[in-house]
Design a protein around this ligand. Structure first.
Ligand code: NAP
Ligand code: G4F
Length: 321
């Protein structure tokens, strides 16, 4: 099968490409032009010779049409987005264009070219804002109440997906994904910032880890597990909306404690906070109930929070040696 991945050079895109190549599919991807050419394929360099890549951008309708036509894809995974919540406050308009309208461009291009193409949309737990059920979990029917430009843009895309399903009978599935990480995570996201900086401290290269709010809680899983859920969702007979999460929540401080503990670093000595890393509005606690996904597909996470952080620290110990 020919499969197209937008955001193929991102954290999830690179793991999904590996998974699909392993299953024997022809993998196509959209990459953005960058003035340093190695940046545009930095996470997929090791498999680049097996991929079919097209320059494009979700804000450029013509480039999506070209990629759909050239790839002849029967499935599209929309993983491209301006995906950083804090940066979405600094670039709200671009975030709406790329993360919100970008999905509309893709859905419309598929409708025009071949409405039988199946679409996976990477929806986000950020759409819930501070909304939760009485027991503290977020579920598919928990009301959405986003508190960031990114969350609002993702909700636009999410509702557009449902509208294209209802209006045109298209196969468009929303995976409502909670935080997921790996050594390939951008180093300006919390987990990889902590892992990389802690290793630098342990090697005497820097003397502080400076964070924003350390009391917020997230449901953190591993990207490698979550791309398996994306694939499983598109194998179902019908499109749906489903949460992908571990069901366990940890505070930012727990990430620091685990990583500092592994490297034998003293939290009081090296951890500082600075308002510069806080957001204008914040989500205080995320914890997802993925019962629906688990019963529909049999998916379950295999990599624990601790094993994931250990892998990330080991990656940086090797990389920064
Ligand atoms: P990521 O590492 O930031 O990757 C995003 C990818 O999108 C990158 O390859 C980036 O290109 C590309 N991109 C950005 N703007 C684009 C545009 N206008 N047109 C085309 N491509 C564009 O994100 P991720 O962690 O892999 O996440 C994948 C998707 O899942 C995203 O949509 C994200 O919002 C969503 N999501 C992620 C999480 C999570 O915790 N990771 C949770 C819920 C939902 P470059 O490589 O050139 O930068
Ligand atoms: O790692 P984060 O930046 O991830 P955030 O904001 O939860 O968003 C991620 O998960 C979403 C799913 O829920 C995705 F849709 C989205 O694309 C992205 O992948 O921050 C995690 C927590 C936040 O509460 C943040 O305020 O860590 C807190 N934090 C504290 N200090 C920090 C920092 N976050 C970052 N990035 N940098 C800090 O210095």
């Amino acid at each position: 099968m020919d499969v197209l991945i937008t955001g193929i050079n991102g954290q999830d895109g690179s793991y999904l490409a590996e998974l699909l190549l392993g299953l024997g599919h022809n993998v196509h991807g959209i990459v953005r032009r960058n003035s340093q050419s190695e940046n545009q394929t930095s996470r997929i360099e090791h498999i680049r010779h097996k991929l079919h890549l097209y320059y494009g951008d979700l804000t450029d309708f013509a480039s999506i049409i070209t990629a759909l036509k050239k790839s002849n894809a029967q499935m599209v995974f929309n993983l491209a987005a301006q995906s950083h919540v804090k940066i979405s406050f600094e670039q709200p308009v671009y975030t709406m264009q790329a993360t919100g309208v970008g999905f509309l461009n893709l859905a419309e291009a598929v409708r025009i070219i071949n409405p039988a193409i199946k679409i996976f949309q990477a929806s986000s737990s950020e759409m819930f804002g501070n909304s939760a059920d009485g027991d503290g979990f977020q579920r598919e029917l928990t009301p959405f109440a986003p508190v960031s430009p990114y969350g609002i843009a993702k909700l636009m895309a999410h509702q557009t997906a449902i509208n294209y399903r209802d209006s045109y009978g298209m196969f468009v599935t929303n995976g409502i994904f909670f935080n997921h990480e790996s050594p390939r995570r951008g180093t300006n996201f919390l987990t990889n910032k902590v892992c990389k900086t802690a290793v630098e401290i342990s090697q005497g290269k820097t003397d502080a880890l400076v964070l924003g709010n350390i009391n917020t809680r997230r449901d953190w899983g591993h990207s490698k597990d979550y791309v398996k859920a994306m694939w499983a969702l598109l194998q179902l007979d019908k499109p749906t909306d489903a949460i992908c999460a571990t069901g366990h929540t940890h505070a930012v401080g727990d990430v620091v404690d685990h990583v500092f503990g592994k490297l034998k670093l003293n939290r009081e000595k090296y951890l500082r906070t600075d308002k510069r890393f806080e957001r204008p509005t914040e989500i205080f606690s995320l914890c997802g109930d993925s019962s629906k996904l688990r019963s529909l597909t049999g998916w379950k996470p295999e990599i624990s929070f601790e094993a994931m952080l250990d892998e990330m620290v080991d990656y940086w110990l090797k990389e920064l040696k």
